[in-house]
Design a protein around this ligand. Sequence first.
Ligand SMILES: NC(=O)c1ccc[n+]([C@@H]2O[C@H](COP(=O)([O-])OP(=O)(O)OC[C@H]3O[C@@H](n4cnc5c(N)ncnc54)[C@H](OP(=O)(O)O)[C@@H]3O)[C@@H](O)[C@H]2O)c1
Length: 298
Amino acid sequence: MDSVHRPARFPLAIIGAGALGLHFAARLAAQGPVAVVARNEQRAAVLRVGVDIGAQRYVPDVFAPEDAPAADWVLVLVKAADTTDAARTARGMAPRGVLSLQNGLTGEMLAAGCGAIPADQGITTEGAFRDGGRVVPAGAGETLLPPGFETVAAALVAAGFSARVEPDIAAARLAKLLVNVAINPLAALFRVPNGALLEAPHRGLLDALVDEAWPVLHAAGLQVDASAARARVHAVATATAGNRASMLQDVLAGRRTEIDAITGTLLAMAAAQGAELPTHRAVFTLVKCLEGRAVASS
Ligand SMILES: NC(=O)c1ccc[n+]([C@@H]2O[C@H](COP(=O)([O-])OP(=O)(O)OC[C@H]3O[C@@H](n4cnc5c(N)ncnc54)[C@H](OP(=O)(O)O)[C@@H]3O)[C@@H](O)[C@H]2O)c1
C-alpha cells in the first residue's frame, strides 16, 4: 500500500509475519487495510518487496515492532516463546482487543503483557507453512474466537475464512491442546507425518498420551469423555495424515519448538491437580533434548 493511503489507525493488524500470519494477512488485506508487524526492520524490508502466498503475490504493509502503527484489533501469530514481546508491541498499538490464535495455552501470558487492554486466545485449524521465502497454505480449517471478538470474526468471514465466536472457548482450547499434546511431540520425535502415528509402533504411545492427558484436561473443563478424546485425536491424525506437524517442522529447521506452551502447559496443569504424567514428562524431556542438540549444532 502506498504510504500516502496508509491509514493513521488500521482496523486490523497482525503481529508475526510467518506462515500463518502472512496467510491470514494476505486474504484479509484483499478486504481492507492490514498492518503486519515483523520481528525487526530487516525482516520487514525483505517482506516489503512482496512474498508469494500460494499462487498469490502479496505486498504487505509491514512494520518493525518499534514502528508498529495504531490498530483497532491485533492478532498475535508469533510462536509461543515470543508472546511476551508481541504483547509489548500490541500494547503500544492501543487496540480495542488483542487475539492470539497460537498453539499451546498462551492467553495468560498475553493478557499479562497487554495490561488493561482486553486480550484472549482463540484457536484455528487453518494451516500454512514456510518453504524458503514463500508461504504455502496447507488446507482450510476453522477459526474459533472468544466472545468480544465479533468484529474480528466478521472480518475473517468476509475474507473467506470459516470463523465464528465460540461461547465456550475455554473448552475448545482444551480440545485443541489435547490434540497438540498427543500429535506434535510424537511427530517431532519420530520424524513422521501425522498419519504414521496411527500405525504401530507409534500408535501405542499416541493412545497412551491421550489417555494420560484426558483426566487432567477433563478436570479443567474438556467436554469429551475418554473414548471420544481418543477418537478426536485419531480423526485429526487421519484428516492431516500427510502433514508434518509444526513441532516436526521446527525440529527439522533447527528452531525452538512450542513444547513449553503445549506439553509444558499440560504438565503444569497436572502438577496443580497433584497428578503425575510420566509419559508426557518423558516426551517433554526428549523434545527438549532435540532442541538442545539443534542449538548446540547451530
Ligand atoms: N502454521 C500453521 O499451520 C499453524 C496452525 C495453527 C496454529 N499455528 C500457531 O500459530 C503461531 C504461528 O505459527 P507459524 O507457523 O506462523 O510460525 P512462524 O512461521 O514461525 O511465524 C512466526 C513469525 O513471528 C515472527 N516473530 C517472532 N517474534 C516476533 C516479534 N516479537 N514481533 C513480531 N514478529 C515476531 C517470526 O519472525 P522470524 O521469521 O524472524 O522468526 C516469524 O516470522 C504458532 O503458535 C503456531 O503454533 C500455526
